[in-house]
Design a protein around this ligand. Structure first.
Ligand SMILES: Cc1cc2nc3c(=O)[nH]c(=O)nc-3n(C[C@H](O)[C@H](O)[C@H](O)COP(=O)(O)OP(=O)(O)OC[C@H]3O[C@@H](n4cnc5c(N)ncnc54)[C@H](O)[C@@H]3O)c2cc1C
Length: 369
């Protein structure tokens, strides 16, 4: 079976690796380079922290476990930082919502526990004790962590090539599917070349509809814009993601920290570029410095705006589309958490012909009339 995977982000690279491992002849067509899309500009927190309904929560837990299993399979996983993560809430209504959430997570068997400030200090010594009020409710989720998605994607693609003979073609923009008698026979690129295949798997994230426009049914998306701020390397000892009220901070390698605020995302209705000296970066770093005082005076080294690939109902869309044989689409938010799990699930279905019941609630067909 010849499978074309379009897109080499965290999802496409996972699918390519597992499909090749399952015995398919795999060709990856990527418009730019591995990880050049949303995967390269993601907060990349591996979690199922607040992802109801139950089926979606379970899928994300399976994603977290698949990251851990991949670490065993590869013997090492320098892209995967299973550090645990910390969250605190202060306002009464937010604390009440957090308590409800933690009760639900515990009932579902998730590692989430309330901790005191002394334990917080052990887990995140750089956090200013006075910045977290005594009445704050602090939660530690031990199985969570974060990923370097581009290193992950590069490693999966190399493994797919070196172990199982997959081919990666970069600089190839797919512009549509080629079909015959209601079945896909390949993907056409912007130069007009036809890349023949038995199955085409569309893993182009937020571009997934543009990729097949006019040649396949699309998945309605409700994308949102995300804004991320990167510090220069700083000597702050932060080993795990922090999630405060309207604030997320995590290490980003080589001493850099990544900072984001939900309220800043709300300022963007479309993809707009910003410079590191923009007002939004200053606001984000001022918030972060309240929690990590050593950040005082540090200016942003870089900022990024990017788009989340979110199907219209907020859940993943994974599977074949009705009426077009040989076409399979995978588009999802939380793709960093879900990547390795989806890679295996898609390979099971497409290459091994085994239906995955865990994907049942997430079929793209739910959007088709
Ligand atoms: C600000 C922000 C924060 C996030 N935080 C988290 C988080 O904490 N945890 C989490 O799990 N997820 C998070 N996400 C979501 C996660 O990053 C995405 O779900 C994931 O990166 C999607 O991966 P992908 O491989 O589907 O898409 P992408 O990474 O976008 O990959 C698609 C690839 O397709 C290529 N491509 C596009 N069009 C074509 C074409 N026509 N032909 C060939 N190639 C093409 C692109 O170049 C790209 O490389 C976040 C996203 C954002 C924006």
């Amino acid at each position: 079976m010849h499978v074309i995977v379009v897109g080499a982000g965290i999802v496409g690279s996972s699918v390519a690796y597992r499909a090749a491992q399952s015995g398919a002849q795999v060709t990856v067509l990527e418009a730019s380079r591995a990880g050049a899309g949303t995967s390269g500009v993601s907060f990349a927190w591996t979690n199922a922290n607040n992802k109801p309904p139950r089926a979606y929560h379970d899928l994300n837990v399976a994603g977290m476990r698949a990251h851990a299993a991949l670490r065993e399979e590869f013997g090492r996983a320098p892209w995967f930082h299973q550090s645990g993560s910390l969250e605190w809430r202060v306002a009464r209504a937010e604390v009440a919502a957090q308590k409800e959430k933690v009760a639900r997570l515990k009932e579902w068997g998730y590692a989430a526990e309330f901790i005191d400030k002394a334990r917080l200090r052990e887990l995140a010594p750089a956090v200013a004790a006075e910045a977290i009020p005594d009445e704050a409710a602090i939660v530690y989720c031990a199985e969570e962590g974060w990923v370097d998605p581009v290193l992950y994607a590069g490693t999966m693609l190399r493994a797919a090539r070196d172990r199982y003979g997959a081919r990666l073609k970069t600089g190839i923009t797919v512009t549509g599917l080629e079909t015959r008698n209601g079945r896909v026979i390949g993907a056409r690129d912007a130069r007009g070349e036809l890349h023949g295949a038995d199955v085409v798997i569309n893993c182009t994230g937020r571009w997934s509809n543009d990729t097949v426009e006019g040649s396949a049914p699309t998945v309605p998306l409700a994308p949102t814009v995300g804004f991320l701020v990167f510090t220069p390397p700083v000597g702050i000892d932060l080993q795990r993601p922090l999630h405060g009220p309207d604030l997320d901070i995590r290490p980003d390698g080589a001493g850099r920290l990544m900072v984001r605020k939900d309220s800043l995302d709300d300022r963007f209705t479309r993809l707009e570029s910003r410079t590191p000296d923009c007002e939004e970066a200053k606001i984000a770093l001022a918030s972060a410095a309240e929690i990590l005082p050593e950040l005082a005076g540090v200016e942003a080294e870089a900022v990024r705006t990017t788009v989340r690939p979110i199907p219209a109902d907020g859940l993943s869309a994974v599977g074949p589309v009705r009426g077009l044989e040989g076409y399979y689409v995978v588009v999802t938010h939380s793709g960093v958490t879900l990547g390795p799990l989806l890679g295996q699930a898609v390979a099971d279905e497409v290459v091994r012909g085994r239906q995955r019941s865990d994907l049942g609630p997430f079929r793209p067909g739910r959007f088709q009339a």
